[in-house]
Write a protein that binds this ligand. Structure first.
Ligand code: SIN
Length: 561
């Protein structure tokens, strides 16, 4: 599944040509934006939940690139895991979370998730979220690596949409919440060692504004777009991770990228997610020959943890020389399928696949980052004034592999907690903010990528082929050479959303690759073909990537216990 050396060599010349940034002396103007107490960057579930809480403590400005209606949270299908079923309890949810994460997860974070989860979900229900019921009781579904049925859903497979609908409505009604839609956050502002605001660029006019704030909460989600195949929306370009890294925060556990086993595989269209719940409700995986294969790989078969299912598919695809396997739900019956998975049914039908009659071609796709900006369980980072929550953050809750449907819960629980921590920050000072602006510079010439679209595609291919589901030391070294070169060649201040996203993805990709090269064992979502053993307690530690001092180029992954 890796590119041949010839392909790599052919690509190399093309890439080298792409790398020069064009200098444009006419930089767009920068002005000071509106006063606020708290900046929330990102409008997925963590950002919205945080903003609603912060609005009780001061003025909140939510900055979001594109539209507030576009986020991974919004398109989350399967559901939200929470121990609220009569046959369940939080200790079981805790154990499943830790086991799915291959015991690398931090226990304090997992405890907080499962214990505070029910209150956050009850709150959403009280605010009007309509989770599906059967016979008047909430319907709890079973998903991979869960020991109980504990996944709530809404409108069958539109869970994220329903939860975000309610949060958006609540945020809209709050007089303390203002919005900056279609604004791209270029960088954080730092003065006297603390984060004091952010610089944003209007996606349409390209004018920049500096936004001062006492607390900045990053909730920008993950970076799935840096892979050629991903279930993520176009927004997921690692912006928060990259800007936090540039501002001096630490990236942790970046080698752990979850590949969702079942994304629709059609050569001519982007992958789209086929919820884990389809396997939870009885869907089976078949290889190219039609054979059911998961029982050969794990006793839980289709309900094994995601990393195991994804790699089993990978190995079946390799041995049958196929680019996909099949997900078969035909035996579940048309009535059940159309009621339980209406969105997936309609989406596949638009691609000319009737899932009630045909097996669905599927292959793994980049889905979720367990790693991110290192944070404590209240969202605080190494940079005072900067907090993080949701997929951009790494508090260790997921360890080496996230348990299915834990991410919406994570956004709610840790978004709320980060907001409470931000509310207790000391107020910002105008003087610190002005120093932040000066420190930021502003004299760099404006730049533009020669062919950003092509570079984006090259990056996505490189990451998929060399830093994907299966990695080797050799593939990682090759990838790192390209990424370091591209990173060094990014010069000048970029101004368009597209260019800035490419720059961010390259920096995050470098972090993933460095951490993956450092970790010489296989654990959870990180699989090294040259180090296939996971049972090596010496590796029971976390990787960290930090910005090097100004005079050094290398950014080695450091280790912590
Ligand atoms: C799914 O429905 O399979 C995605 C939900 C998740 O990533 O947990």
């Amino acid at each position: 599944m890796t590119a041949t050396r010839d392909e790599a060599a052919r690509d190399s010349n093309a890439r080298a040509r792409l790398m020069m940034t064009r200098m444009n002396p006419a930089a767009p103007t920068t002005r000071r934006g509106p006063e606020t107490d708290f900046l929330v960057i990102g409008s997925g579930i963590a950002g919205l939940r945080a903003a609603i809480e912060l609005a009780c403590h001061g003025r909140v400005l939510i900055v979001t690139k594109g539209s507030r209606f576009q986020s991974n949270s919004m398109s989350a299908q399967g559901g939200v895991a929470v121990a609220m079923n009569a046959e369940d309890d939080v200790n079981l949810h805790f154990t499943d979370t830790i086991l799915a994460g291959h015991q690398l997860g931090r226990e304090d974070a997992a405890r907080v998730l499962v214990e505070e989860g029910p209150a956050r979900i009850q709150e959403l229900i009280d605010w009007g979220t309509a989770f599906d019921k059967v016979g008047g009781q909430f319907a709890f579904a079973r998903e991979g690596a869960h020991s109980r049925s504990r996944v709530l859903r809404a409108r069958g497979d539109a869970t994220g949409h329903e939860m975000i609908r309610v949060l958006l409505e609540r945020a809209r009604q709050h007089p303390n919440i203002q919005w900056f839609d279609r604004h791209f956050t270029r960088d954080l502002l730092v003065a006297d060692g603390r984060c004091c605001g952010a610089m944003v660029v209007d996606e349409i006019t390209r004018d920049a504004q500096c936004l001062p704030a006492a607390g900045v909460l990053l909730t920008t989600g993950g970076a799935g777009q840096m892979y050629a195949r991903t279930t993520n929306t176009e927004n997921a370009t690692g912006d928060g991770m990259a800007m936090a890294y540039r501002a001096g925060a630490v990236l942790e556990d970046m080698e752990f990228v979850q590949f969702h086993p079942t994304a629709l595989y059609l050569p001519s269209s982007p992958p789209c997610l086929l919820s884990e719940a389809m396997r939870g409700d009885g869907g089976v995986l078949r290889n190219r020959k039609g054979d059911v294969f998961m029982p050969r790989y794990h006793p839980a078969a289709e309900l094994a943890p995601r990393d195991i299912v994804a790699r089993a598919m990978w190995s079946e695809m390799a041995s049958t020389r196929s680019r996909h396997v099949y997900l078969d739900v035909t035996h579940l019956g048309k009535k059940f399928i159309t009621r339980r998975f209406p969105t997936i049914y309609r989406t596949c039908l638009r691609c000319d696949i009737d899932i009630t009659e045909e097996w669905i071609p599927v292959s793994p796709s980049a889905h979720y980052f367990m790693g991110g900006v290192k944070a404590g369980i209240d969202g605080r980072t190494a940079l005072p004034g900067l907090l993080v929550a949701g997929e951009v953050a790494c508090n260790g809750v997921h360890g080496a592999n996230r348990l299915a449907s834990n991410s919406l819960l994570e956004g709610l629980v840790f978004g709320y907690r980060a907001a409470q921590a931000a509310a207790s920050l000391p107020g910002g000072s105008g003087r610190a903010f002005r120093r932040g602006l000066v420190a930021r510079g502003g004299t760099e010439p404006a730049g533009a990528l020669e062919d950003g679209e092509k570079l984006r595609n090259s990056l996505r291919r490189l990451m998929w082929n060399k830093v994907g589901l299966v990695r080797t030391g050799e593939s990682l070294v090759q990838a790192l050479a390209w990424l370091s070169k591209w990173d060094r060649q990014m010069q000048g201040t970029l101004h368009t959303r597209a260019d800035l996203e490419v720059k961010n993805m390259i920096q995050v990709a470098r972090g993933v690759t460095e951490a993956a090269l450092w970790r010489e064992n296989s654990l959870g979502a990180h699989y090294r073909e040259d180090f296939p053993t996971c049972k090596n307690s010496a590796w029971n530690m976390h990787s960290q990537v930090r910005r090097p001092p100004a005079d050094e180029d290398s950014r080695l992954a450091h280790q912590t216990g």
